[in-house]
Design a protein around this ligand. Structure first.
Ligand SMILES: [Zn+2]
Ligand SMILES: [Zn+2]
Length: 189
């Protein structure tokens, strides 16, 4: 009998360190379609593949099995800052880490296909949702301030007043893996 999922040995995700707290997995008994094992936790966020997949266990997210078996991605590689849509252009972010974000990291729930922030030439870690009232503590960071002040193509006043966690104008907080700087992503319904 498999009891791995109740043994406290859940895999961790360095690019999504709060994945379990954020509800990117939910407790549900089932058979993982990727490894075929009975599991008690299911991935709930986006997975892009030709085949419709409804049950992926945390281990098959973490070790790349699901991405390989279904030839899928959790996050569209080209939505990561520094990965150009045009594949003939040079990639300006760590390619191995971009691959890890795309194929071995839970995506974050968003209205549109998300924009995964990068910093210091590496994809950032996704920390969670953020609303207008929580922006202040990061505004002394120049790159975060630039994200707020139009760097993402959004009206700064809207971001400062209307941003809500998981709202119609949703904010997402990222942190650099190298220098701990924060970055913002904004998405609208
Ligand atoms: Zn599995
Ligand atoms: Zn950095």
């Amino acid at each position: 009998m498999q009891h791995a999922s109740v043994s406290g040995e859940l895999p961790m995700f360095r690019f999504s360190p709060n994945a379990y707290e954020l509800g990117l997995f939910e407790v549900e008994d089932g058979t993982c379609q990727s490894c075929g094992l009975r599991r008690s936790m299911r991935y709930t966020s986006s997975f892009y593949s030709v085949e419709e997949v409804s049950y992926i266990c945390p281990w098959c997210v973490a070790d790349g099995t699901a991405a390989r078996v279904f030839d899928g991605e959790f996050t569209d590689r080209a939505s990561i800052d520094g990965v150009p849509h045009d594949r003939t252009l040079p990639i300006t972010v760590d390619e191995v880490e971009a691959e890890e974000v795309a194929t071995r990291t839970p995506s974050f729930p968003s209205w549109q296909q998300g924009g995964w922030r990068s910093h210091c030439g590496r994809p950032c870690a996704f920390l969670g949702d953020i609303g207008s009232s929580d922006l202040a503590r990061y505004l002394e960071e120049p790159d975060f301030l630039a994200d707020v002040n139009g760097g993402l193509g959004w009206d700064p006043d809207l971001i400062r007043t209307r941003l809500r966690a998981a709202g119609d104008l949703a904010g997402y907080l990222f942190r650099c893996m190298t220098c701990d700087a924060h970055r913002l992503h904004v998405d609208a319904s």
